[in-house]
Unconditional design. Sequence first.
Length: 612
Amino acid sequence: MFSRLWKIINTSRIIFLNLVFFLFVVILVSALLDDSDQVKVPESAALVLNLKGDLVEQKRYVDPMDKLLQESMGQEEDRPEILITDVIEVINKAKRDDRIKTLVIYPQNLTRAGLHHLQLITDAVVEFKESGKEVIAFADYYSQDQYYLAASADKVWMNPNGMMLLEGYGRYRVYFKEALDKLKITQHVFKVGTYKSAVEPYIRNDMSDAAKEANKAWLDQLWGNYKRDIAKFRNLNVTEFDEKAGQLLEKLNQANGSFAEYALRAGLVDELRTREEIRKDMISKVGQSSEHSSFNQISFKEYLAATKDPFPMENPATDKVAIVVAKGTILNGHQKPGTIGGDSTAKLLRKARLDKQVKAVVLRVDSPGGSAFASEIIRQEVELLKAAGKPVVASMANYAASGGYWISASANQIWASENTITGSIGIFGMFMTFEKSLSELGINTDGIGTTDFSGFSPTQELKPEIGAIIQTSIERGYQDFLTLVAENRDMTTEQVDKIAQGRVWTGAKAKELGLVDELGDLDDAVAAAAKLASLKQYDRKLIERELSPKDLFLQNLLDNADALLPSATTDTFEGNKTLQSMIHKLRTEFERVNQLNDPQGIYSFCLTCEIN
């Protein structure tokens, strides 16, 4: 009786939830189909570039059903992402749109961006200004990345009680050796490369001198490029805003302790204005909105939805240059977008190879590496594309290090940004055993096997002979990496070894060393691929994972719904999320190591590539 009663209750629950879901979908679809609710571009307005989240080459996969339920409950997405291609497209369209009178950069909620992506946006902003339209930037406060975008504007405004500080670039990591020793966890590390410092947090309590030397070199180059660009935007000397702590304290005292006043005196901002003063000034420029007590405006998401072709048609008669995005950590097997899978990314390259319209391929890499095995599976597909007569150009975004360089090495040409972080040619393996920890708890492992290898587990001590075998395998992997680079870069293995050793380089330095052919962005790489294929007329074709009809419907539905939801503009100012960001970084350190799944436990990964 109770079993039948439970079945009736459970069935009723499922029916009720399905009815609620379908009712929600019907209401949402009805709202989207109602012309009165459609996003429309005002006849005279400011486009507010209110980017919220992380700038990325490819968004991570989010199940549409989960997103639908999340939004129906009024929950915000954790670490939202913005496609860099969407940002560039919006700015370029607005430049030619007579309805858009002004571009407003409101970077308050931009959480993370690589210098390469920031440069791409400011290049588009500069072109926007060349159309004769004004660009204004404002915020309560500016982080370093946020300020880079703001500095490209004609006018930069900040709240009188706001703050900004250009703190420079650094690489600081949390080190766990002492904690692991106290827990009696034994670390087994196998690596090749003086500068391969990915495993240092597990075997040291501080950064090695070699790692400091290598990190300082590329960090100084990036910081020099940042200062150069800001000085150009703001007509300053690069030495005017790169003070020592004592110099900054003196200037801050002269500004009566106000960071906002300091920024104004230093020429980093043009005016200090309250939110109300900003609203009134913008109303005088583009008019007052009939729906808000603010200026006439359209947000980034709204403008993207209003101008995006919902049904883009592909010209079947033209040749194609295919673009395959390889973004994220390289893992074995099939992985969802936002992470590189050895099998899934290879499948996309294979799809491009078998597509008769595709004549050339650009592999857009934004990855610090990962599984050596998965990297090789992807690289083999690059070789097959070349063998099929389809040239391949590797285009490096923010990162293309370790495994990211491995999958790029066989391309006909390698293009990078001057600020790309690349190189880190090295190999490591790492795992931990817990025999001492378990022994403290009175737990021991014992038994018998037919060979020295049988029964091996993390609960047992690693035999020295087994460790020597693993180290030999790692050394072979490093030699394979050197040979791969040498054969494809017209160098000897000795020459590669001198610039390898796990050392990280900027794109500009990598070009000097012969690891990169040319400096440029994705557009340059596409043009180079077309030239290699002798194409005069061609279209781009993004090769990506195909969604199921259900997922595609829900994704389009949610994308349109996002544009109808209120967006953060001048009326929404979020608080500082420094603590959440620090917790996220610490959690990411563990997650990255935990997700690595190379079948041989061998990795070409640059954990040191991220800057703080």
